[in-house]
Ligand binder design. Structure first.
Ligand code: NAD
Length: 299
């Protein structure tokens, strides 16, 4: 199948790679052409604009972009997907974005006969590379069933979440847990080390006990404990995700005290200039307070 792909960054690039490996003919666009070099070498075709990506016969057009404003511009803006998309084509957003924004995009696209699904993903860059992401899909169920086999090229766990926007809702709730647990882990691990525990031993005990979680076993082990703050998943994106959650809470009038503390920790991390670093950088705030660095030599 001919597939358009816009946004070949940390997540988009491995997902696009897996779509090519699954036998799809890829048309790719990114603000930075160099981000797509490996995809072009694998046989993908370059498009100069989102409109060109959509108009080159793509049955499905994917985006994997940073912020809701980027997605709205790429879909609805000048030279955007909607300008190029043919009636009957399907636009799928793999980014983590606002449910309100994707529902608006859906409404506008529907008038031109372009179908919209939200399909945010979870699992980080490593699971994007091995094709084992969780994909959370919102939108028309019949459209979902049509493209499910293609989505299986990206993720091993493809879940239908309900009407358009519900994929984003599920993803935002998941990331809220991941960010919140990250803050609690930072306190627990600095506490343990200050109280005399060896960090490697403490991390092993928690990883094999009731406190175990992916933030510890899959994320801290790859980033924080190694002192590796190359993104992965940038702090600016984590701050965006936690704000999507607290904004949604405000929209619904729902008190979310802990979430708003975690939100402000991410605001402070951005203020410190850590936006481009991996999202584990937020832990440095607690490390400073505790006078402890959570690094495991040789991990
Ligand atoms: P990234 O910054 O690495 O990649 C984004 C890409 O989009 C870049 O290559 C950038 O040049 C391109 N881009 C930005 N604006 C553009 C525009 N207007 N037109 C064309 N290209 C544009 O980000 P990422 O980490 O790959 O994340 C992408 C999305 O996936 C985000 O919404 C993020 O929250 C979500 N996500 C990320 C992870 C992760 O671990 N990194 C995991 C799950 C979900």
């Amino acid at each position: 199948m001919k597939v358009g792909f816009i946004g070949a960054g940390n997540m988009g690039n491995p997902m696009a790679t897996n779509l090519i490996k699954a036998g799809h003919q890829l048309v790719v666009h990114d603000l930075r052409r160099e981000a797509a070099t490996n995809l072009l070498e694998m046989g993908a075709t370059w498009a100069n604009t989102p409109a060109e990506t959509a108009s080159s016969g793509s049955e499905i057009i994917f985006t994997s972009l940073p912020f809701p404003r980027d997605i709205e511009a790429v879909v609805l803006g000048e030279d955007g997907i909607l300008e190029g998309a043919e009636t009957g084509s399907i636009y799928v957003d793999l980014s983590t974005s606002s449910p309100i924004s994707i529902r608006h995009i859906h409404q506008v696209c529907q008038e031109k006969g372009v179908m919209v699904l939200d399909a945010p993903v979870s699992g980080g860059v490593h699971r994007a590379a091995d094709g084992s992401l969780t994909v959370m899909v919102g939108g028309d169920e019949a459209v979902f069933n049509r493209i499910k086999p293609t989505l299986h090229g990206i993720g091993s766990h493809v879940v239908y979440c309900g009407p358009v926007g519900n994929g984003m809702v599920c993803k935002i709730c998941n990331n809220l847990v991941s960010m919140g647990v990250g803050s609690l882990l930072a306190e627990a691990l600095t506490l343990g080390v200050r109280a005399g525990a060896d960090l490697a031993v403490l991390a092993d005990v928690i990883a094999t006990s009731s406190g175990s979680c992916a933030r510890l076993t899959e994320k801290f082990s790859q980033f924080l404990f190694k002192g590796n703050f190359e993104p992965g998943f940038a702090t600016s994106l984590a701050a965006k995700d936690i704000r999507l959650a607290t904004d949604l809470g405000r929209e619904l009038g729902l008190p979310m005290e802990v979430s708003n503390i975690v939100d402000q920790q991410h605001v402070e991390a951005l203020f410190r200039g850590w936006g481009p670093e991996d999202s584990d950088a937020v832990v440095k705030l607690q490390e400073e307070k505790a006078g402890v660095q959570l690094r495991i030599p040789g991990i």
